[in-house]
Write a protein that binds this ligand. Structure first.
Ligand code: PLP
Ligand code: COI
Length: 340
């Protein structure tokens, strides 16, 4: 039985579903995790997350395939990335195996909220963890909570796969040798002023450049970049302060092994961008959102693919990736985890 939602018209918002997962870390170990209906978190006023933002999160999706199975896409990589985020933030690692178990439990408990095949919607899963015990001197908390909820979502950008307009930001996102390569909540707090300001000025997102030299492309607030050259190569920016997107890594594999394209993962100078034929943002939430135009302090870069449709190579990548996720195209080994 499916929940009674208007699946075709969902935005990217929070809809409370009945069940979530919770596990507590106390006395140096993780307790047994469990499913709960309680969506409220009660914390000390001095909790580490409230004082010093000690938190990290993940994002992944569950899909209904054409033959009615419910699957998640490469959740092991989200588990690994959360392990890395926790280590960098001096939080106890929530083991990948338990992470996978929790994903299965949450999706399975909320099955009627997994959008039907072909609806355009998906079930977005949000794992997160934070310091819960009091800290007042600057140091890691001693107790933590890991939680995971899910919410049905539509496209991240209004208009679905219509090309968007972004601007080069004057604000920085992640410092060299900082936390840009992990999914720390603080990275997103840093980006809030920049995104509100971008929206106020009529842009959908920010393109962040490397803070040290402002000459290389990094990423946006919530997705990696993917460019297509005029001769059909796929180029993705490389930097130590970019989040290693699972979607981007998967698309590069698809480009090479399914579509026979050449892939370059390398530093990308901003000055090169005007020579690319197509540009897109890739991520779990964004899937691939085509970029039609980049505004840079009075100058505009308009991609030949225009403002109406996705560029042809981006479209092939999009169709292949979403085809794999929906079970219509055979997936590489280990990419799809079926929820029983
Ligand atoms: N970059 C940032 C800053 C993000 O928040 C996300 C979203 O998770 C991504 C990139 C895309 O990563 P993934 O494809 O693993 O969702
Ligand atoms: C995701 O794509 O899962 C993210 O976490 C990005 C976020 C901006 C919604």
């Amino acid at each position: 039985m499916s929940a009674n939602l208007d699946w075709g018209n969902l935005g990217f918002g929070y809809i409370k579903t009945p069940y979530r997962y919770v596990a507590d870390y106390k006395d140096g170990k993780w307790g047994e995790g469990k499913i709960t209906e309680d969506d409220k978190v009660v914390l000390s006023e001095c909790a580490g997350v409230l004082q010093y933002s000690q938190s990290a999160f993940e994002g992944l999706k569950a899909y209904t395939t054409r033959d009615g199975r419910i699957v998640t896409f490469r959740p092991d990589l989200n588990g690994e990335r959360l392990e890395n985020s926790a280590a960098r933030l001096e939080m106890p690692v929530f083991p990948k195996e338990k992470f996978l178990e929790a994903v299965d439990m949450v999706v399975s408990a909320n099955k009627e909220y997994v959008p039907p095949y072909g609806s355009g919607a998906t079930l977005y899963i949000r794992p997160y963890m934070f310091g819960s015990s009091p800290v007042i001197g600057v140091k890691p908390a001693e107790e933590y909570q890991f939680r995971m909820f899910c919410t049905p979502v539509g496209p991240y950008f209004k208009g679905g796969v219509k090309p968007i307009t972004i601007r080069v930001s004057d604000f920085d996102r992640a410092a060299p040798h900082g936390t840009g390569h992990i999914k720390a909540g603080l990275n997103y707090a840093m980006s809030l002023h920049a995104i509100v300001d971008a929206h106020k000025n009529g842009f959908d997102e920010n393109m962040y450049l490397d803070p040290a030299s402002r000459t290389y492309v990094e990423e946006t607030g919530g997705a990696n970049f993917l460019f297509i050259t005029k001769d059909g190569k796929v180029v993705t920016p490389k930097s130590d302060s970019i989040l290693p997107s699972i979607t981007r890594r998967s698309l590069c594999y698809v480009a090479e092994h399914y579509l026979g394209l050449t892939v370059e993962h390398r530093p990308v100078k901003f000055s090169e961008v005007r020579d690319f034929a197509e540009c897109g943002l890739c991520g779990t939430a964004a899937v691939i959102s085509p970029v039609g135009k980049i505004y840079d302090h009075g100058n505009e870069i308009c991609f030949p693919s225009g403002m109406n449709v996705m560029g042809p190579v981006t479209k092939k990548l999009y169709d292949t990736l979403t085809g794999i996720q929906a079970g219509n195209i055979p997936a590489p080994d280990g990419w799809i985890r079926e929820i029983k």
